[in-house]
Unconditional design. Structure first.
Length: 720
């Protein structure tokens, strides 16, 4: 027998006696025991979930899986921007939404202002200033730069253990906090009234009356009869959702947790009740969002699950709340709604998060469709949109995001019915980054944004289709080509396709330098240069029918290098890759020539009548060997060998690519000088090799022909 509470208790004698046990985290809510093996259990708590294989004697950690319970989500204006949220029974966090590495790990997040349950607001003029709340009206200001944390509670009268009836201001433990979109110095906080500070919490003023029912029967102590839970989590008659319109200054809409909705058009001087008339009594408003496409238009999401009513409750108004339309058609009757968000670029495109997943509407809420994709079935507590990214806070599966919602902006019946279509992608930054380059998906790290440009395209029929995707400069010159039937001679790469929506990521790099089997270099690269910021083309070709779109590559805003610097870097690395290709091709040609010479002359060795051929073959091979060893360290067999055997010219020239690409700047003067010196040395060797190919090998071929023996032939022109 198991009893769950802060710790948990287990009885091995049918409940006669109990012993106390601890799991890695407290506040347990559920326990699952495998029906076929009572030693295997999963426990759910405020920290996530853990697994035991010995009936709770030992548990897995809760750090090995993304099971955080986030209440809200917001973002800042840094680059890359950070995602903020408060997680149940753990710290508030701010997390980079993408990195220059292969994942988003613990190194990329830190705790921030507030506590486990509150809203978070970030100063838009200084992203190191963060405001965060928690229970009992707790409100802090965090300065990440100076590491200062300051309490700025609106009314610091500790209410712990009291019911709400005695509080001057009733702060729910998830009370709203936000900054005015029209005045970065205007900080809002909501109890049962709306408060404003213009000096970072040094002083506060109230700009509303009580905007709740203020029903005394809802203000007593919560919990019981064994124990109370007066931490404000069960405070009622509070403002639970409030927002100021980014599109109409001083327009504020506030919703309470007891079913009241109010509006002010003059920054709180006058308030008007605008509750939808058919909203079930005692509903809790959970979100307010404004429509950028029409004045007086906004949307609200409400819930009544605490009363056992799980119906979705979404409403829209086009006239400042005078009339309302319920918009829930298509949402499961038991998927109660927590949040609705309006897309700022496509009119009528809405997103809603429910207790059991996501929905999307393309017709302003007249109908909804499931928008689950690969998202787990999980409560969606909040949504926000940033830079064409849709970000979801969940209770139980942490943060999730779609990093490009522009295909939704472009989707239409015509597009859906087309045999093929390529979407114009969101602009992409010229920065590094990728996804799990160390061999698989990590359970302790977030999936990173892929570096480069991601193209989305639709294919209706792939059974008999030959499909290619080309990336071109603005003037139509081919950079890279990917195909379902690639031409290896043209360095085309394989394109994998499927019916329906496809995506392809180009790392924005031009073709790599030529290589050869067994090539080992130290601190040198054969990677082509990254594209310079600007406009490019993507061309999808399906059975000879082409579809094109433009896309833009943006400069990384963190770099102080100019576009001219980046262009100079690109030109230099291109020159390095051309010279490295020339060098490595020479090594390949030497090796092919050696193989052919040895193949033809092997039967002649030791024969006096073939002495002239053998002597010329030997001297030719020796001269080529000298050149090969000048171009490449032929003793290399492992990645550590360059520590023992000096690197040669191809390694030296390749190293200059890494030298020049360390940042978005043009190569310095010394790099150019070293290139000139090494390239000159390479040219000397290539000139000697050219003489051998034009003089010695033809002479050897003539001698062989005179002996009536098959001549030496090559698979490619050795003079290339």
């Amino acid at each position: 027998v198991y009893v769950l509470n802060v710790s948990y208790h287990k009885s091995k004698d049918g409940g006669k006696t109990f012993a106390r046990y601890n799991a890695p985290h407290g506040d347990h809510h559920d326990l699952w025991i495998a029906p076929e093996d009572n030693q295997r259990m999963v426990i759910a708590d405020d920290g996530g979930a853990q697994v035991s294989f010995d009936a709770g004697e030992n548990w897995s950690t809760y750090h090995n899986q993304p099971t955080a319970q986030f209440y809200r989500v917001t973002t800042d204006n840094s680059f890359p921007y950070r995602i903020y949220g408060a997680q149940q029974d753990n710290s508030t966090v701010r997390i980079a939404h993408r990195t220059d590495g292969y994942s988003i790990g613990e190194r990329d997040w830190e705790s921030t202002a507030g506590g486990e349950s509150g809203h978070i607001a970030i100063d838009p003029t200084n992203n190191d200033i963060v405001y965060g709340g928690s229970y009992d009206g707790y409100l802090t200001r965090e300065n990440h730069k100076t590491k200062e944390s300051r309490n700025i509670n609106v009314w610091p009268d500790n209410p712990m253990g009291h019911g709400a009836e005695g509080a001057k201001y009733r702060f729910q433990w998830n009370f709203p906090i936000f900054i005015s979109p029209h005045n970065p110095k205007k900080l809002y906080a909501a109890s049962n009234v709306l408060h404003v500070s213009y000096n970072e919490g040094q002083s506060w003023e109230s700009i509303s009356p009580d905007l709740t029912r203020n029903d005394p029967t809802k203000l007593g102590s919560s919990g019981g009869p064994v124990t109370k839970d007066n931490t404000s989590v069960e405070y009622y008659c509070t403002i639970f959702a409030v927002n100021e319109s980014p599109f109409e200054k001083d327009l504020i809409v506030a919703g309470s947790d007891d079913g009241m909705l109010h509006i002010t058009k003059n920054a709180g001087k006058n308030w008007e009740k605008i509750t939808p008339p058919d909203l079930p009594e005692w509903s809790m408003f959970n979100s307010v969002d404004f429509d950028p496409h029409a004045k007086g238009s906004f949307y609200v999401a409400a819930t009544k699950y605490k009363s056992g009513d799980y119906r979705p409750l979404l409403y829209k108004t086009k006239d400042y709340g005078k009339t309302w339309t319920k918009i829930v058609n298509g949402i499961d009757a038991n998927h109660f709604t927590r949040v609705v968000r309006v897309d700022h670029k496509r009119q009528g495109l809405l997103y809603t998060g429910t207790e059991s997943g996501m929905y999307v509407s393309f017709d302003d809420g007249a109908s909804w469709k499931s928008f689950q994709l690969n998202l787990p079935i999980v409560p969606i507590t909040d949504l926000t949109i940033k830079d064409d990214n849709l970000i979801a806070a969940t209770q139980g599966r942490s943060f999730w995001l779609i990093d490009d919602i522009t295909p939704l902006h472009q989707l239409s019946t015509t597009v859906s019915n087309s045999p093929a279509h390529i979407f114009k992608p969101t602009p992409s930054y010229r920065m590094d980054g990728g996804q799990f380059g160390r061999g698989g998906i990590s359970k302790t790290e977030g999936t990173n944004h892929p570096g480069g440009v991601t193209i989305y395209y639709i294919l209706k029929d792939t059974a008999k289709s030959t499909v290619s995707l080309e990336y071109l400069s603005a003037d139509g010159k081919l950079i890279k080509k990917f195909s379902t039937k690639p031409d290896k001679k043209k360095k085309e790469e394989k394109l994998s396709i499927k019916e329906g929506m496809n995506s392809h990521n180009w790392n924005t790099r031009y073709p790599d330098a030529e290589t050869f089997d067994g090539l080992i270099m130290w601190a040198a690269s054969t990677r082509g240069p990254k594209a310079v910021p600007g406009t490019y083309l993507a061309r999808l070709t399906v059975n000879d029918k082409a579809y094109e779109t433009e896309f833009e590559i943006l400069k990384d805003p963190r770099t102080s290098g100019t576009i001219a610097d980046i262009q100079a870097q690109f030109d230099f690395i291109t020159k390095v890759m051309d010279k490295l290709s020339e060098t490595n091709t020479a090594v390949k040609n030497i090796r092919e020539a050696r193989q052919q010479i040895n193949k033809v002359t092997e039967p002649m060795k030791g024969k006096e009548e073939m002495k002239d051929i053998n002597d010329l073959a030997k001297s030719t091979l020796e001269k080529m060997k000298v050149i090969e060893e000048a171009l490449y360290q032929t003793k290399n067999r492992s990645g550590q060998d360059p520590l023992n055997f000096p690197v040669r010219l191809n390694n030296k020239i390749g190293a200059l690519a890494g030298e020049a690409s360390s940042s978005d700047y043009r190569p310095n003067a010394q790099t150019l000088e070293v290139y000139k010196e090494i390239a000159g040395q390479i040219d000397v060797q290539l000139l000697e090799l050219d003489k051998i190919f034009k003089t010695d090998i033809p002479k050897l071929n003539n001698l062989i022909k005179q002996k009536d023996i098959d001549a030496i032939s090559f698979s490619k022109d050795l003079n290339q």
